[in-house]
Design a protein around this ligand. Structure first.
Ligand SMILES: Nc1ncnc2c1ncn2[C@@H]1O[C@H](COP(=O)(O)OP(=O)(O)OP(=O)(O)O)[C@@H](O)[C@H]1O
Ligand SMILES: [Mg+2]
Length: 369
């Protein structure tokens, strides 16, 4: 088939987030007297650092291209202002969509909306699902409607709005429509009213979007990759986030620092366990809740869903990622590929199975025979 791969590429890929005054050494543990420093991002600087966090590096884009090129003719199209004209001129049979888009909460929906307009089939969810999942508050409202457990929350649009927030502490405060842990730092877990207020004010100022104040779930955390459609959705081996691998003294969350600063290819930390070592009953209940969430949000082809256990050990859905990251190098710790590897797939097989799933859904022939 003629496939177009549509992407957004990081413009400054080598710009690692600058660390605290300690410089850019590998992470250190707090010494027992508490004087050793743990690198973390200075609270006021995070929005400046994470602007491109959702976009892909050229290495990732070329790895996806190589995978698709095993069986198809592949053209690359950058999701910029020329994308519509390029797609219209090229008329690919199908698009492999990995575009994170730009500008606001519609950003992930922009390319799929253009493709619907041009009647070009594409991989992954439609603009409605992508837009709702990017707005974590709306996604949680859909989950709640379907009776799918998700932590209690309130959406705060101004400092005064905080007075009406009924979420108990401890809570976590996040920008309502970001991904890749943008705006989620160690300091996002708040245990006192004064911390809550200062975090909300900081996010409102830096991200210019409402703050989601969410009940903090204290239990184990998992992320779950799903592949398929309707009755034929496969849940890949579950990934557990291993918080004991984080520097001592930090919050047990998969923060921006944990994702992009403390864990990097030169000095990886052992943050994931896949397949998660959990009892069969818990595995089944995680799989069940993820399938329910996948269908409730009308996900298509693939998705990665974040789950955490509440204080009773029950799985809750934190959020859905219908446009999962697919970093090819296993040392870069990208969860969807990690789950696929644990299921016995290669990277190229994983990418092609997303394309095949979409092709079947759209009634196209998958692959060259
Ligand atoms: N309600 C919660 N209770 C406990 N921890 C939470 C909660 N919400 C988020 N976290 C922690 O913060 C991390 C990031 O949150 P979340 O998944 O919402 O952000 P994201 O930026 O959309 O992530 P992704 O990189 O998956 O797109 C989670 O992986 C988890 O460790
Ligand atoms: Mg997440």
């Amino acid at each position: 088939m003629n496939v177009a791969l549509v992407y957004n590429v990081k413009q400054n890929p080598s710009d690692l987030p600058s660390l605290s005054e300690e410089g850019d050494e590998p992470p250190r543990r707090l010494s027992s007297d508490g004087r050793g420093a743990v690198h973390s991002i200075a609270a006021p600087s995070i929005a400046a650092l994470d602007a491109e966090a959702e976009w892909d590096t050229m290495d990732t884009i070329l790895a996806v291209k190589r995978a698709l090129a095993e069986r198809h003719d592949v053209a690359l199209i950058e999701a910029n202002e020329d994308a519509y004209d390029c797609l219209r001129a090229l008329q690919p049979e199908i698009v492999f969509n990995m575009s994170e888009g730009m500008n606001g909460v519609s950003r992930e929906s922009q390319i799929p909306a253009m493709l619907d307009f041009l009647r070009i089939p594409y991989t992954g969810s439609d603009p409605v699902t992508l837009g709702i999942c990017l707005d974590k508050g709306l996604a949680k409202e859909v989950l709640a409607y379907h009776g799918i457990p998700t932590p209690r929350f309130s959406l705060v649009r101004s400092e005064a709005g905080l007075d009406h927030s009924a979420v108990p502490l401890p809570a976590i405060v996040k920008p309502v429509h970001e991904g890749s842990s943008k705006g989620i730092a160690n300091s996002s877990v708040v245990r006192a009213a004064v911390e809550l207020r200062s975090k909300v004010v900081q996010l409102l100022e830096e991200y210019h979007e409402p703050a989601l104040v969410e009940e903090f779930l204290p239990g184990r955390e998992f992320t779950v990759a799903l592949l398929g459609n309707e009755a034929d959705v496969r849940v890949l081996p579950i990934v557990e986030i291993n918080f004991s691998s984080l520097p001592e003294g930090v919050e047990p969350i998969y923060s921006f620092e944990a994702k992009w600063v403390w864990d990097h290819a030169d000095s990886p930390i052992d943050i994931f366990i896949c397949p998660a070592r959990i009892p069969e009953a818990l595995k089944e209940s995680i799989e069940r809740i993820c399938l329910r969430a996948y269908h409730a949000l009308r996900c298509r082809d693939w998705c990665r869903i974040d789950v955490r256990l509440d204080d009773r050990g029950e799985p809750n859905i934190m959020e859905l990622n219908p446009l999962p990251g697919v970093l090819p190098n296993p040392e870069e710790h990208s969860c969807f590929p990690m789950a696929a590897f644990a299921a016995g797939m290669t990277y190229n097989e994983m990418i092609n199975s997303v394309l095949d799933t979409a092709s079947r859904r759209c009634g196209l022939t998958a692959g060259r025979t």
